[in-house]
Ligand binder design. Structure first.
Ligand SMILES: C[S@@+](CC[C@H](N)C(=O)[O-])C[C@H]1O[C@@H](n2cnc3c(N)ncnc32)[C@H](O)[C@@H]1O
Length: 282
């Protein structure tokens, strides 16, 4: 997930290219595996929102739609994402099911959101990819009304999330172009350090900041494991473009490394995350 910015020319290129396409193709799988985290986030948003919500880095729109359904008629839920293919998939989702949510394709760091237009800013795994997180969170704060709420789920560190790094540890000897993750991002683990998260939010003008650990059980069918490995994450990104021989060799090395997470027909892992809460200035 999003750690090849050095060779791909930035997050925008990455999410409009291989990473975005991988997420669109794997939409059903990510919907399912991250559903418990989505439920937790949507509950937290519904508890504070009066009906105007901005979902940042909304991807294919699963959480935007879930919140719009819960808040019901009269609510205004908008998803924003930098990725054209992800936003196209989000729009197709609401066309299919008739949920009144809207989507904007834009960089949330500097898009000119209507000032004071939302009472809650939410995100599931969509805020760790900013090149300039302070500028981004200041921009999001200005989109919020006085005292607007922020509710966001982000990953804690790599050691606590072994599932997420198993593929690259097993594949590293075979993939010389697999770059090491950069701990302060942009990337999946850019918000692993809770003091850094707090500092970013303070500097961008958010108050009443709480960064609370949550450990959430996630699962998906074992029959989807190979698709997951070959389409998502840093190894999946490389394998999307690799020749058949390389794919086969890497899969032979990586698939057995996931055995500890396979329980009968399911793959199970614990997502070690932070629930980030804050309030915009009044
Ligand atoms: C890991 S995906 C999460 C998608 C979705 N929130 C979910 O939980 O299914 C991260 C998302 O953040 C988006 N993103 C990255 N940088 C962004 C930016 N500067 N502005 C808006 N979206 C961004 C990516 O395009 C991608 O859809």
């Amino acid at each position: 997930m999003g750690d090849r910015q050095e060779i791909d020319g930035g997050q925008k290129a990455l999410w409009n290219g291989l990473a975005g396409r991988g997420w669109v193709d794997m939409q059903a799988l990510t919907d399912r595996m991250y559903e418990p985290l989505g439920d937790l986030l949507v509950d937290a948003v519904v508890a504070v929102s009066r009906g105007a919500v901005l979902d940042v880095g909304c991807g294919t729109g699963r959480t935007t739609v879930a919140v719009a359904r819960r808040l019901g008629v009269g609510s205004r839920c908008t998803g924003v994402d930098i990725s054209e293919p992800m936003i196209a998939a989000a729009r197709a989702r609401v066309e299919r099911d008739g949920t009144p949510a809207q989507f904007i394709r834009a960089d949330a760091q500097d898009y000119g959101f209507e000032p004071a237009s939302v009472d809650t800013v939410m995100s599931r795994f969509g805020v760790m990819f900013f090149e300039d997180p302070v500028r981004a969170f200041a921009n999001l704060r200005r989109a919020g009304t006085s005292g607007a709420a922020l509710r966001s789920i982000v990953w804690r560190g790599m050691p606590e999330n072994a599932f997420m790094t198993t593929a690259e540890r097993a594949a590293a000897p075979l993939l010389p172009n697999l770059l090491p993750r950069r701990p302060d991002g942009p990337g999946q683990f850019a918000f692993a350090n809770n003091r850094r998260v707090r500092g970013i939010l303070e500097e961008s003008g958010w108050n009443d900041i709480e960064v609370r650990p949550i450990d959430v059980e996630c699962a998906f069918p074992e029959t989807d494991l190979v698709a997951y490995l070959t389409r998502l994450g840093p190894v999946g990104l490389i394998l999307q473009e690799a020749d058949e021989r390389t794919r086969a060799r890497v899969l032979d090395a990586v698939r057995p490394a996931f055995e500890p997470f396979v329980h009968g027909a399911d793959v199970r892992f614990t997502a070690a995350c932070w629930m980030v809460e804050a309030r915009g200035s009044r």
